[in-house]
Write a protein that binds this ligand. Structure first.
Ligand code: 9MG
Length: 277
């Protein structure tokens, strides 16, 4: 067993865990605007917890391709009341999808248990803010920013470049005082990558796993699923599950998804088959 502590809860990361997506943005990728009121956000949170989510990932800045940046004040206004309300009502781990140092600091104060940063703590002050919270951090690879990331999608070797980037961010975290035992890695499916790049990263998940960190995969309903299957966003569940299953088999244990219950059931079966118990 290998435990990691997320605020007031510890999880065994030899088991699979599902992170339910709670976008509190008016323009999110595939569920845009659904949870922009506090009541809606709490209703969706309760459903995801009952369905078996270990984490609720609250994000106030859309990361879909071409998304416009949000001001710090707007992000704080979107995220913090939701973090506070979830922690007041539910016994769950709140993950905060943010790159903004003040959102990290305030979310931690309100009880968040994980910082999920698609910019891998590259924003000015983020390393220091994250270190001060003492919380685990998910470091994700992205080429460029959400508004530009699909402009340049060429790599000599996507595996080597993504791995080198993530290892460099691990080193930066350690230099800032964040212990490597607090880090989770994520190859950033769909973030500045073409379909072949995404497929290569998914097919080589085991190589990331050999670096010795827990792995988080986020590909729920993404364009790459639609590109492979030729289906719209609301018909990507089966493709999402197949791709997530492929990475579970290679050692990924954390899955950021919209559809919690199908993934909890699928991953429980995969885990039990692997253990034969
Ligand atoms: C916020 N967000 C959107 N997609 C994501 C992904 O693939 N990984 C992580 N860690 N966060 C994501």
């Amino acid at each position: 067993m290998s435990f990691m502590t997320f605020g007031d809860k510890s999880l065994d990361l030899s088991r699979p865990h599902v992170m339910g997506i709670l976008n509190v943005t008016p323009d999110s990728f595939s569920d845009g605007g659904s949870y922009s009121s506090l009541d809606d956000a709490l209703t969706q949170t309760e459903k995801m917890i009952l369905d078996g989510a270990s984490f609720i990932d609250v994000g106030g800045e859309s990361t879909r391709p071409g998304a416009k940046p949000v001001t710090i004040e707007e992000e704080m206004n979107r995220v913090l009341p939701v973090v506070e309300a979830i922690k007041a009502r539910f016994d769950t781990i709140v993950s905060v999808d943010t790159s903004t140092p003040s959102v990290m600091t305030e979310s931690a104060r309100l009880g968040a248990g994980l910082l999920n940063d698609v910019r891998a703590l590259e924003r000015e002050g983020a390393l220091q803010a994250a270190a001060q919270t003492g919380l685990p951090v998910c470091l994700m690879h992205m080429r460029g920013s959400p508004s530009t990331m699909q402009d340049d999608v060429s790599y000599d070797s996507v595996m080597e470049e993504v791995t080198a980037y993530l290892m460099a961010r691990v080193a930066a975290c350690e230099a800032a005082g964040i212990d490597r035992s607090q880090l989770i890695l994520d190859p950033g499916i769909g973030f500045g990558k073409s379909l072949p790049h995404n497929l290569t990263l998914l097919n080589h998940t085991a190589e990331f796993k050999r670096k010795g960190f827990p792995l988080l995969i986020g590909l729920s309903r993404k364009t790459m699923i639609g590109d492979v299957l030729g289906v719209p966003v609301d018909e990507r569940l089966y493709g999402t599950m197949g791709a997530n299953a492929a990475t579970y088999s290679q050692g990924a244990r954390l899955f950021r998804v919209h559809d919690v219950k199908p993934h909890v059931d699928m991953l429980e079966l995969m885990y039990r088959i692997e253990r034969e118990v």
